[in-house]
Ligand binder design. Structure first.
Ligand code: PEP
Ligand code: MG
Length: 759
């Protein structure tokens, strides 16, 4: 027989009140816990209620039970991920199964006598995003637990977290990090969201918030406190927005904050919090609960847009908690170290701006994607950022020493003196070299044999534009138009785009700017464009594929570029082109817009140069045809590399496995350059390798004469260019194209050393 549920908030409120009285009552913590499991089982009409507590060494120990054999208490232990309980803890997500034993994760423990119980529902006991244990109920009969029952159990788990974290059941240190690992140096891999080196002390973001009271005495009072805090939060966000507007840090930055302010007004979110207060929680506990629930639901979402919303939600949650809890919230600014390495699961852009910028050295996120709002803002603040740094929250302790290597994507925790000193030395050397290189910004990038190399920057935000002057680059070789699209709330219309591209061209003056049409899809998501949910986004509906299928978007963009050029030269290129036919189709769309501009009375560009990104390998076999259609080629070495080596460019595990300075890639590049030269079209490289002096040296050896890179790389690449003799380099590289080696990096480094090339 199946029991179907009907349990609502009224029951849960009564249970919470009883729990509160019990928690306040006398006896040891263990006695109180024993009482609590009995109470829950009775109230929720379950035969079993058990509490597992996470102990040092990642072990879940049965601490109290009603219904399982009492002798199993403190005997039954499960590893993270083992059995259904381990699964709940590992994923930090609730689970309900009507037939537990049929579940593939079921782990049978004879000492508990649980074989007679068919159904199971369990929820993680969470505090500040960390799993402290698992609360489980079981029934002998098959039971389909209702949503309300799950809600009630989650609410109870909120209250229980207080008891578990209180330090009476187990030492408080056990609920943090295992003692052995706390002292060891640790090296973690991550992806680089913003490059650079930094050294400082870990500040665990938002760890300071502690909710002391979870059960409401008077729900009406809590509701009032909630409404006041929401109003205060809105006011403070408005103030932050106003200061962003006046600080002149560029309009995208404001867009990010404005879209976030919208989220703060989201009715659904606030209503869920109100609902939880009506269910018997205090306002802070309700805020926390809604965050836990949403996190659990969304944390496994693959959609990067949803994941990004999750960090906005974390941000708002903490913001609201601060307003509710007042001074008990974050640590005082004065208590923070002078050199902060901020560590968080994820973080919203406004939260980052709350920290004192003078003290901020780096940001490390357990989640976070290249397109995340916090990465965009951190770039504007010019601090290194690492993302997808798995386990950083588990490994890092507050005030640990941390070395952030935003060049290779690594975080070193508690590095020990020797490592720390040599890191400090390389930072100092880097600073000196950067100062020297920057001093050379007026010097032309001409090689020793007299070849002028064009050095260009990659840009995407208005905040990047001053870098054009600072670096002394020749122009913008890649303007990623999707970036300004990413930070807006809706598709910018033709007028907005025209203004934006006009600003870029105005800033560049006589220096060339190459606009790339929208390259969305993959990990680049627009808040207002859900795409198709590709299983394999890097290989999915992205770049020009979307442009050709949805020509209105492409046409609007080209229209805006033509209008913005206002009689000047226009350079435009298309991303993710797979065939010459696609290039021809895109060019035809541009021609349509040129005709339209003339009809509508706009000044047409003086000259139009059309290019394609070479990043899909199939195009390599149509170069003769494609060079007949376009004026220039731009090699997107990031994507070309990922597709040639079948190696995800965002996967930190693979980031050092394949080397761009390898015979296959160099041979491909040499082939592209030779074809372009033969056909008289220009060629540039605009992936990351163009900004790494040694890799850029390899590019020069292949015949590339135009490099487009992240702005901060320009000085070092210029120094390399000025120290190299291409006449000697080309023939040496030519001998390496057919070597069976995985990489020729060390050979090239040796060459540079022997020939005095600065890399
Ligand atoms: C590339 O793929 O190398 C490139 C420059 O484009 P993006 O990094 O924007 O995909
Ligand atoms: Mg690309």
């Amino acid at each position: 027989m199946t029991i179907t549920e009907a349990s609502g908030w009224a029951g849960s409120r009564r249970l919470l009140r009883q729990l509160r009285d019990l928690m306040k009552g006398g006896g040891t913590a263990q006695e109180r816990l024993d009482h609590i499991v009995r109470l829950i089982a009775h109230d929720m009409a379950t035969e079993v209620c058990s509490v597992y507590v996470l102990r040092a060494g990642e072990v879940l120990e049965l601490f109290a039970t009603q219904g399982l054999k009492p002798e199993a208490v403190h005997q039954t232990r499960l590893r993270m991920g083992e059995g259904l309980v381990g699964e709940i803890a590992l994923n930090a997500q609730p689970l309900r199964v009507a037939d537990a034993q049929a579940h593939p994760q079921f782990a049978y423990r004879p000492e508990t006598g649980e074989e007679v119980f068919q159904s199971l529902m369990g929820v993680p006991i969470l505090r500040n995003g960390r799993v402290l244990g698992v609360l489980v109920v079981q029934n002998a009969a098959r039971r389909d637990y209702a949503d309300e029952a799950m809600e009630a159990l989650e609410t109870v788990a909120m209250v229980l977290a207080e008891l578990v974290a209180g330090g009476e059941l187990i030492a408080a240190s056990e609920t943090r990090v295992s003692e052995t690992s706390a002292l060891q140096p640790v090296r973690l891999r991550a992806i680089v969201l913003n490059a650079g080196l930094a050294r400082g002390r870990v500040v665990l973001h938002q760890r300071g918030i502690v909710i002391h009271q979870t059960v409401a005495e008077y729900p009406e009072v809590e509701l009032l406190a909630l409404e006041n805090a929401v109003a205060e939060m809105h006011e403070s966000l408005d103030r932050l927005l106003r200061s962003a507007q006046t600080s002149g840090r560029g309009s995208e930055h404001e867009e990010v904050l404005a879209s976030y302010r919208m989220f703060a007004e989201d009715r659904g979110w606030l209503n869920r919090i109100r609902e939880a207060v009506r269910g018997g929680l205090t306002a802070p506990a309700a805020v926390q609960k809604v965050q836990n629930d949403t996190r659990a639901r969304l944390s496994h979402a693959k959609d990067p847009y949803l994941r990004e919303r999750l960090s906005d939600l974390d941000d708002l949650t903490h913001r609201l908690l601060h307003h509710l809890l007042g001074a008990q919230g974050t640590p005082e600014a004065a208590d923070l170290p002078e050199d902060m390495v901020l560590v968080a699961r994820s973080m919203g852009p406004a939260e980052l701006l709350d920290y004192d910028r003078e003290r901020l050295r780096a940001v490390v996120l357990e989640e976070g994607a290249p397109s995340s709002h916090v990465a965009i803002v951190a770039r504007a603040l010019d601090v290194p950022v690492l993302g997808r740094c798995r386990d950083v929250l588990k490994e890092a302790n507050d005030r640990d020493e941390a070395l952030v290597d935003g060049d290779t994507g690594q975080l070193l925790l508690r590095p020990g003196e020797g490592v720390s000193e040599s890191f400090a030395e390389s930072m100092a050397a880097r600073r000196r070299a950067a100062e020297m290189d920057a001093a050379g910004r007026e010097l032309p990038p001409v090689t020793r044999d007299g070849t002028r190399i064009e050095l260009l920057i990659n840009a995407g935000l208005l905040v990047d534009l001053p870098q054009l002057d600072a670096s002394g680059a020749d122009g913008i070789g890649l303007y990623r138009t999707e970036v300004p699209f990413m930070v807006r709330r809706e598709f910018p219309d033709v007028a907005t785009q025209t203004r934006l591209y006009g600003q870029v061209l105005a800033h560049a003056g006589t220096r060339p700017v190459t606009f790339r049409t929208l390259d969305i899809g993959g990990d680049k998501v627009l808040p207002y464009w859900t795409g198709e949910g590709d299983d394999n986004p890097a290989l999915g509906w992205r770049g020009l594929r979307i442009g050709l299928d949805r020509p209105a978007i492409l046409r609007q963009q080209l229209r805006a570029m033509i209008r913005a050029s206002d009689g000047r030269a226009l350079r435009v290129m298309f991303p993710m082109v797979s065939s010459a036919a696609e290039a021809a189709q895109a060019r035809a769309i541009l021609d349509l817009e040129m005709d339209r501009a003339a009809r509508d009375g706009f000044r047409r560009p003086a000259e139009v140069y059309v290019g394609v990104m070479v990043e899909v390998p199939a195009l390599l076999w149509q170069l003769p045809a494609v060079t007949g259609v376009v004026d220039f080629l731009a090699v997107g070495s990031n994507d070309l590399m990922q597709f040639l080596f079948a190696s995800d460019r965002g996967n930190p595990r693979l980031s050092r496995r394949f080397d761009p300075i390898s015979p296959p890639l160099l041979k491909v590049l040499r082939g592209i350059v030779a074809e372009a030269e033969a056909r008289g079209v220009a060629v540039s490289v605009c992936g990351e390798m163009a900004g790494q002096p040694l890799a850029a040296l390899a590019l020069l050896g292949c015949g590339v004469r135009r490099l487009s890179m992240t702005p901060h790389a320009v000085p070092a690449v210029r120094a390399m260019v000025r120290s190299v003799d291409l006449d000697a380099l080309g023939p040496v590289l030519a001998q390496w194209y057919d070597l069976p080696a995985h990489s020729v990096r060390e050979r090239l480094r040796g060459y540079a050393r022997d020939h005095g090339v600065r890399v």
